[in-house]
Ligand binder design. Structure first.
Ligand code: ADP
Length: 272
């Protein structure tokens, strides 16, 4: 009784179906290639720090342990590489978790002004050698977006960290928040290295660094902007960069403003 009698598939239906199935197979194929590439990139990224630590341990093992200077230097370098690996592992986890934010955090809301101002103020304290400017249209009214606050903080930290890292002599960072009827946009501007048009597209890719050697010195592994992009887009926002090589960059993130006051009210009650 469970067996249903099916209508034979017509030519047209069959052709529709096969187009659909082929599209699906293409998607799966892309996904698998993407995952393979990721595993390759990760292995590649881990190989260098592991090799460095191995080199130091071998050196210590042979004779280095008897020379206090070598001993100290090897331990310091190894610790530095291990810190890098820890950071890499954490960032890979962040990236992987950022894939489902739209589902996992769909009830979270974030107030944009206070969140941005808080991260901004922290940076001001940490980087005393920089001049920070905040231009906000904050008029005391709350401005909500649908997102988990920690994630918005994380995106701002990634962009501000980069602004600091890739600045040169002009140590100045400008942050601005502006809203329209439906969107809010946060801009983060530096006056540092900048980038070419070609790199503007690529910097959001996983493990992409413009100057690999130099970024490595600065502790980068090329995952920050891909995490930021994944998070922003997960919340139906957008991220982009305007940049002029040797003059500086402006990174923009924008989000749809949340207008469902009922939901905001409910969440605020829970928070209080
Ligand atoms: P990283 O950890 O290397 O900083 P990101 O994914 O955050 O990784 O950035 C990728 C690359 O984009 C960086 O290595 C750097 O070359 C470039 N980049 C990012 N932010 C800036 C900026 N504000 N100015 C110039 N170049 C930048």
């Amino acid at each position: 009784s469970d067996i249903r009698v099916r209508k034979p598939v017509s030519e047209d239906e069959w052709s529709d179906l096969s187009i659909h199935v082929n599209k699906l197979l293409d998607k799966i194929d892309k996904y698998v290639t993407n995952q393979k590439q990721f595993v390759e990139d990760v292995s590649h990224e881990l190989r260098t720090p592991v090799a460095i630590v191995e080199g130091h341990l071998k050196l210590l093992n042979r004779w280095g342990k008897d020379d206090p200077e070598v001993l100290e230097e090897s331990i310091a370098s190894s610790l530095q590489e291990i810190t890098r690996m820890k950071g890499l592992v954490q960032e890979m986890l962040d990236l992987s978790r950022a894939e489902n934010v739209d589902i996992d955090y769909k009830d979270e809301i974030t107030e944009v002004y206070s969140t941005t101002e808080q991260v901004f103020n922290n940076f001001k304290i940490i980087h005393e050698d920089f001049d920070f400017y905040l231009d906000s249209d904050d008029d005391g009214e709350s401005l909500y977006i649908q997102a988990f606050r920690n994630h918005i903080e994380q995106v701002l930290i990634i962009l501000l960290d980069n602004a600091v890292k890739y600045s040169r002599d002009r140590k100045e960072i400008h942050v601005s928040i502006s809203k329209s009827f439906t969107k809010v946009e946060i801009a983060i501007q530096d006056f540092g290295e900048g980038m070419t048009d070609d790199d503007k597209e690529k910097v959001f890719g996983r493990f992409y660094r413009i100057d690999k050697a130099r970024s490595r010195d600065k502790g980068g592994n090329g995952l920050g902007l891909s995490i930021a992009k994944q998070l922003v887009e997960g919340y139906k926002g957008a991220i982009r960069v305007e940049s002029v090589i040797n003059h500086g960059s402006i990174f923009y993130i924008e989000f749809p403003i949340l207008n469902d006051t009922r939901q905001i009210y409910k969440s605020k009650q829970i928070a209080e």
